[in-house]
Design a protein around this ligand. Structure first.
Ligand SMILES: Cc1cc2nc3c(=O)[nH]c(=O)nc-3n(C[C@H](O)[C@H](O)[C@H](O)COP(=O)(O)O)c2cc1C
Length: 208
């Protein structure tokens, strides 16, 4: 059964552009995979604590030697990693916050980047362990950061996500960005703004 992991990270819910795009992706994906399963992970509704010394210590303790306390410290991380392992495809909604990814998404990345589980340095070189996956990142930005624009070098969202996910083995990644959402605050019609982006999402789902 094909499985899709659907992740959102915008706190704006009904007003969020990235959430509207991921919802369209999921609807289209379900239509073309009637037997498929969707795992929902809303990062704004998941409590994820920052990494602690205990977490690091537990992660580097061999699994069969972990104390019950260490297992408890890693429990959420284990289940978030399991979601990534179970799914064949990922769709991840990302609002740009302060030129980077929102803090809830960074907290999640800190939980799923696990030595020995999602990456390995076993033979001295880094090796991503999440292989054979397809990821689609649906990004919304208030300004415009297209290549060749003056602001392009301020965009730390796509380069960061491409690097981190590539490091974890997810090299088949597509980035679709709805840039310039701030126009919505100045009276631009939302449906007209979203139409080409929703179309791009639909076309993309049909090609993967
Ligand atoms: C806390 C916060 C920080 C933001 N920082 C930026 C920024 O650095 N650059 C930018 O172009 N837009 C910025 N924005 C605007 C968002 O990128 C824009 O509203 C986008 O549509 C967010 O995605 P969403 O609609 O899915 O929430 C910021 C918005 C918020 C709430």
């Amino acid at each position: 059964m094909p499985t899709l992991l659907h992740i959102d990270s915008s706190p704006l819910y009904g007003r969020s552009v990235s959430r509207e795009l991921t919802a369209a992706f999921v609807a289209e994906w379900k239509a073309s995979h009637p037997d498929g399963k969707v795992i929902e992970r809303d990062l704004n509704a998941t409590t994820i604590l920052p990494i602690t010394a205990e977490w690091v210590g537990a992660g580097y303790t061999p699994e069969d030697a972990r104390t019950p306390e260490q297992k408890a410290v890693l429990a959420l991380s284990d289940s978030l990693v399991a979601e990534l392992e179970q799914a064949d495809e990922y769709v991840i909604g990302v609002p740009m916050h302060n030129f980077g990814v929102p803090s809830v998404l960074k907290l999640w990345i800190d939980q799923i980047a696990r030595a020995g589980k999602t990456f390995s340095y076993a033979d001295g070189t880094p090796k991503g362990l999440l292989t054979g996956k397809k990821a689609t990142f649906l990004i919304a930005t208030g300004g415009i950061y297209d290549a060749q624009t003056q602001m392009a070098s301020f965009n730390f969202v796509e380069p960061y996500l491409r690097s981190v996910f590539g490091f974890l083995g997810v090299t088949d990644a597509t980035f679709l960005t709805a840039g310039g959402t701030m126009a919505l605050n100045y009276g631009q019609d939302r449906a007209a703004f979203l139409a080409p982006h929703l179309q791009a999402v639909q076309t993309h789902v049909q090609t993967i």
